[in-house]
Design a protein around this ligand. Structure first.
Ligand code: 13P
Length: 252
């Protein structure tokens, strides 16, 4: 049985007060109830340690939104997996479309980040997904398969999809209010699982595949009812405690 995972990706939002208040409110909503999924928040890097303190005594876990491939040394401005592990981070988002597009991260760099995260025993959340133009041209499946295969090709092993979360985030659905329909998302999630099964059947059965892209408290429940959707990577809607809590509560 897969345990779904809901992650709030706060992106470039927040300040010290907001971090304290949002975590306090999320805890008020979720600490006293039994939730059936893993709950994770990904505040901006600079607030991760503050968030770690604010989460003491809670089951909510921490993710980072990015990481460098290097471990130590002259890499000005970067953060290593070790540093994130040191302050209690468990998950690291990599390959987000905003980083692929705005920061020109390519498949090789993403694969290196993926292995750096796994080597330190943390869990990569690998984001994949097609653009609007790719969807319109009918190449969604090809794009998703390519993004998975490029990791496999570079890393060259068949067990790299264990202890990994995949986030299917169609680029056209991110921040647009235009979520994929449950059926659209389910079709691609099933395709992703089948694709991984070609390499490793057990990993394919166990891997968590989240959906991301305009998830909110209204569309979440139906998305989560789909057999191959194991939770969500939530952007905007994770910045409001009550909405985020509703999404978590709708995960069965
Ligand atoms: P939105 O939920 O704001 O569409 O963002 C999705 C996303 O990019 C999560 O990583």
């Amino acid at each position: 049985m897969r345990k779904s995972i809901i992650i709030g990706n706060w992106k470039l939002n927040g300040n010290q007060n907001m971090v304290n208040e949002l975590i306090l409110k999320i805890r008020q909503e979720l600490d006293q109830i039994i939730v059936s999924c893993t709950v994770v928040i990904a505040p901006p890097m600079v607030y991760l340690e503050r968030a770690a303190h604010a989460l003491v005594g809670s089951n909510i876990l921490l993710a980072a939104q990015n990481v460098d491939i290097n471990t130590i040394g002259a890499f000005t401005g970067e953060t290593s997996v070790q540093m994130l592990k040191d302050i209690g981070v468990k998950y690291i988002i990599i390959g987000h479309s905003e980083r692929r597009t705005l920061h020109k991260e390519n498949d090789i760099l993403i694969a290196k980040k993926f292995i750096a995260v796994k080597e330190m025993g943390l869990i990569p959340i690998l984001c994949i997904g097609e653009t609007e133009a790719q969807r319109k041209s009918g190449s969604t499946y090809i794009v998703c398969a390519h993004q998975l295969d490029s990791i496999l090709k570079i890393l060259g092993t068949s067990d790299i999809f264990t202890d990994v979360v995949i986030a299917y985030e169609p680029v056209w659905a991110i921040g647009t209010g235009k979520s994929a329909t449950p059926k659209q998302a389910q079709d691609i999630h099933k395709f992703i699982r089948n694709h991984i099964a070609q390499y490793n059947i057990k990993a394919a059965q166990e891997i968590l595949i989240q959906y991301g892209g305009s998830v909110n408290s209204i569309n979440a429940a139906e998305l989560f009812m789909q057999p191959d959707i194991d939770g969500a990577l939530v952007g905007n809607a994770s910045l409001k405690a009550d909405t985020f809590a509703l999404i978590v509560k709708s995960c069965k």
